[in-house]
Design a protein around this ligand. Sequence first.
Ligand SMILES: C[S@@+](CC[C@H](N)C(=O)[O-])C[C@H]1O[C@@H](n2cnc3c(N)ncnc32)[C@H](O)[C@@H]1O
Length: 359
Amino acid sequence: MKSLEREIQAVLEGKQRYGLLWGECQQLLDYFPAESIDCVITSPPYWKLRDYEVDNEQMDVLIGNEDDPKEYVNRLVEIFSKVKRVLKPTGSLWLNIGDKYHNKNLMGMPWRVALGLQDDGWILRNDIIWDQMKGTQSVKDRLRDVYEHIFHFVKRPKYYYDHDKIRIKPEKQPTTNGNGIISATGVSGKKYREQILSSTHLNEQERQAALTALEETLAKMRRGEIVDFRMTIRGQQRTYHSDSKQVSGRAKEIEDKGFFIITSHAKGYIPSDIWRIVPEDIWRKDAHYAVFPIELLEVPLKATCPPNGLVLDPFMGTGSTIAAAIHFGQRGLGIEISQNYIQVAEERLKESSIQMSFY
Ligand SMILES: C[S@@+](CC[C@H](N)C(=O)[O-])C[C@H]1O[C@@H](n2cnc3c(N)ncnc32)[C@H](O)[C@@H]1O
């Protein structure tokens, strides 16, 4: 095992940009120093979904063949508790996992695993719906399934997250004409000003506060701090989810102040938790069935792995996570039980450039 530790150490120290470790992750994780990894992105085999290419003696260490779903969840929780040991306190775990129908019954496997991890102390920050946009099952008594889950977990409430790196830039900028500034979607504030002045639902103090807030928002747009805004005024616009202040914090603002304003940051907006990305099939034909598209890795890597940080994929498959980490100037360690996939990953990492498409 000496050489295994040396391989891990070489990547930790930055002497090597990546290391591909052939073996079983539950065992190999014990060779990693504690709190040495910045970010883990992985997709374990789904429960009872398919056979991976391993030798017969490795069949019982393969994840996903358990008869009882509880056993599958317990094994994953055990493996991810080892992942927790090697992850830095500021680190993130991104877990992609798919569901399964068993005796016609949708098992809810992603959430069973997520709840198991929560019970084991992980903090769940996002449940991302990966809309794969195509699905070819020929089902006659239910709808097609087109999404999978990607869970973002952390160890501590405070963790590394660079949200400026993942903002989606606004397509249009505000413009000015003779009457002043107009937002990217044509909002000048004129209509809001009229509504505030003629409102019978605001008292004089609220009216003045609303006018001041509107002018401050327009000033922010002139200074280039925001590109757009919307104002909701008592008695004029409805709040988004409900007018009940028990249900909506916005409704409470309307009741307390008479108005609220939401703005669009000039640096762009934060991506949502629904990602529309078609699954990769470049590698599928010859080697693997569940390859991560590189775009899927962009947000996790940019937001939760610092520059030159170290990314781990304990169920590496064909090495997509490691290839993307290298692409974004980070380092990667991958563990994979199948020698065949390790070889595919080696070949893939030798390629000089990866085709990236940004969303
Ligand atoms: C869903 S695939 C991962 C695919 C990967 N995201 C990619 O882009 O190619 C899961 C991988 O975990 C591997 N695997 C299964 N059990 C394992 C174990 N106990 N230790 C390490 N790898 C394992 C399988 O061989 C398979 O390649």
